[in-house]
Design a protein around this ligand. Structure first.
Ligand code: F6R
Length: 609
């Protein structure tokens, strides 16, 4: 996690760094800091808390320097505090460093540095060690010292370094943590992610793993691990700065909920030709390849994992291939049964989630073919995959994922249908029916979003509940998991999702007077069974909010409140039924006064294990 930025040019660095950091605050917000070369010294200012605190403090003085680095932190080693904030420096304060990632051998390095140099460390962080290490190797050439330091470092890192004695350069390195370079006129930038730079440039170099970058204001040089210069094409960003702004919405999360019709439309229509055939440019799996594949693993974390659960349902149903879904942090350590006949599907909004990336590498090592569903173009997961399916959600800023999830669902359905057509396991009229239903989704989501006021009313009545259960059957269970996660992560209410049929095997013991139960009953074939399960919890005092298709009104007789979704085929209800759950979680969190876009203890991009 953590966000890093750097600027070198003719403008004052401080406001550019603050602006860039504010766009990266979704990556972590425990503390923030900058180091700027100004009037012959490296000035470091860093504070516990949000970027606004750093900004307020910077207003109290004039720092005119036009080269600097900045950092917003999600604490791993050492509590959030001024001392543990970045940038870190060497003992004399000549060298300043920002770091995103974890240095796994930092204890050993620290002990070694203390023994050879008698160094004093000011923080409890792993990152500070890097500044001391660079200092140890520094003999007048920052690039050389950085190269020597990274030889000793184990772990994941994107770093930016400036040095008082070479005030015309920034040196940056990427290893398993994201890093991009922005190209300007007489100015250049580094950052963890594109939104930080959009205001200044749309010309980007995507830095590859183990590359080292030397930036001056007029030039950017990229080197590989052997210190050879490498050429890189400029990546042109196609979206504008507004895409990363709130545009009048109170929170990014609400803006992103409202962007779902567009995200779903774009993700779908960019893959359909005029005759509604699915055309997947980024996926080169042939009929012969598919015939070899006897197993699919879908591996992801959090919300993306929940999209994977729906993916299992879709691939097994349409393409008739067995699918296992696993959370990435478990998959990688359990010696999964993967071979060259396995298709491994990684799902990730950011494309930088370390667990997902590590699981992907493990599957690749064992010979699997790697397909990824990713939102961020050029991200690590995308680059290390054989086939890539990009979701067209646009930048997702709120920590709680919404539009990434619905576009991941559409991607899953398209991949499953594509496989089914390629394999010949689906009849043409059935295919046509499915595509027609998918094409109705953007308008149907719009209809749900327009009904947000009625969901807000329910939220205003129920926001004090401290335990909430989400239940469903069939594919509704996957949506129940996602609804539950949305609620707990932004409102801090304890919540649990469970298959409705499983309730009576233990969990129903927790149902008592006033307990809130959200019951998804969108599956025609399981509708009556869900009504019985709702009655079971009602009989024990639960207050039930039902989610059902408009055509199924029977639920009104057993639930306390009903939220309807437009009628659609059972297979595709997750794309619709998750939307009221997102809106419900949002308004409950707002009613509780929570910081919706930046929930406590969380960060958007999880680049640590
Ligand atoms: C929850 C949420 C997380 C992410 C998870 C994976 O709202 O956003 O659970 O889904 O951290 O992140 P990505 O998709 O970037 O790999």
């Amino acid at each position: 996690m953590c966000g890093i930025v750097g600027y070198i040019g003719n403008q004052k660095a401080a406001p550019i760094l603050i602006d860039g950091l504010s766009k990266l605050e979704y990556r972590g917000y425990d503390s923030a800091g900058v180091a700027i070369y100004d009037e012959g010294s490296v000035k470091v200012r860093k504070y516990k808390g949000r970027i606004s605190i750093l900004e307020e403090n910077l207003k109290k003085e004039t720092i005119k320097g036009n080269i600097g680095i900045g950092h917003t932190r999600w604490a791993t080693h050492g509590e959030p505090s001024d001392r543990n904030s970045h940038p870190h420096t060497n003992y004399s304060g000549n060298i300043a460093l920002i770091h995103n990632g974890i240095i796994e051998n930092y204890m050993k390095l620290k002990e070694w540095l203390i023994s050879v140099k008698g160094d004093h460390f000011k923080s409890e962080t792993d990152s500070e060690v890097i500044a001391h290490l660079i200092d140890y190797f520094y003999e007048g050439d920052l690039l050389d010292a950085v190269y020597k330091a990274i030889e000793k470092m184990e772990g994941a890192y994107a770093i930016g370094v400036i040095c008082k004695d070479e005030p015309d350069k920034i040196v940056a390195v990427r290893k398993d943590s994201p890093l991009i370079v922005g190209l300007g006129e007489n100015e250049n930038f580094i950052a963890s992610d594109i939104p930080a730079l959009l205001k200044y440039t749309k010309d980007i170099y995507l830095i590859e793993n183990e590359e080292v970058v030397l930036l001056t204001k007029d030039e950017v040089k990229i080197f590989n691990e052997f210190r050879e210069v490498v050429k890189r094409d400029v990546f042109k960003v196609t979206w504008n700065a507004e895409a990363a702004e709130k545009e009048g919405y109170p929170h990014f999360m609400m803006k992103e909920i409202n962007e779902q019709p567009k995200g779903v439309y774009d993700t779908l229509h960019r893959r359909l030709d005029k005759k509604d055939n699915i055309v997947l440019d980024g996926i080169k799996i042939t009929k012969e390849d598919l015939e070899q594949i006897n197993k699919v693993y879908i591996v992801a974390c959090g919300t993306a994992y929940h999209a994977g659960l729906v993916g299992k349902y879709a691939i097994e149903k349409f393409a008739k291939i067995p699918v296992e879904v696993d959370v990435a942090s478990e998959f990688r350590y359990r010696d999964p049964f993967v071979d060259e006949n396995t298709l491994f599907i990684a799902v990730s909004q950011s494309g930088e989630t370390l667990d997902t990336l590590a699981a992907l590498r493990e599957a690749k090592r064992k010979g699997a073919r790697i397909l990824s569903i990713v939102n961020v173009v050029g991200s690590s997961v995308a680059r290390e995959s054989d086939d890539v399916f990009y979701t067209w959600a646009g930048p997702e800023i709120a920590v709680a994922s919404t539009k990434a999830y619905t576009t991941q669902l559409v991607s899953m359905y398209l991949i499953a249908l594509h496989m089914a057509v390629t394999k010949g396991s689906i009849a043409n009229d059935q295919y046509k029916k499915y595509i027609k239903a998918l094409k109705e989704m953007p308008d149907q989501i719009q209809k749900i979003v327009e009904n947000e006021e009625s969901i807000q009313k329910i939220a205003d009545e129920q926001f004090n509940n401290e335990n909430v259960f989400y239940i469903g059957r069939g594919v509704d269970v996957a949506v129940a998991y996602e609804g539950s996660l949305k609620l707990k992560e932004i409102s801090y209410i304890h919540s649990e999702a469970i298959g409705a049929g499983e309730l009576k095997h233990g969990t129903i013991a927790l149902i008592e007077e006033g307990r809130l139960v959200v019951a998804l009953a969108t599956q025609d074939g399981l509708y009556d069974k869900m009504l019985s399960n709702i009655q079971e919890v009602r009989a024990r005092g639960a207050y039930v909010i039902g989610v059902a298709k408009e055509e199924n009104k029977e639920i009104e007789k057993v639930a306390d409140k009903v939220i309807y979704i437009p009628d659609t085929l059972d297979e595709f209800t997750p794309i619709l039924s998750v939307v009221p759950l997102q809106v419900l979680a949002y308004y409950i969190a707002v009613a509780r006064g929570c910081d919706v876009d930046k929930p406590k203890n969380l960060a958007k991009s999880v680049t640590v294990e």
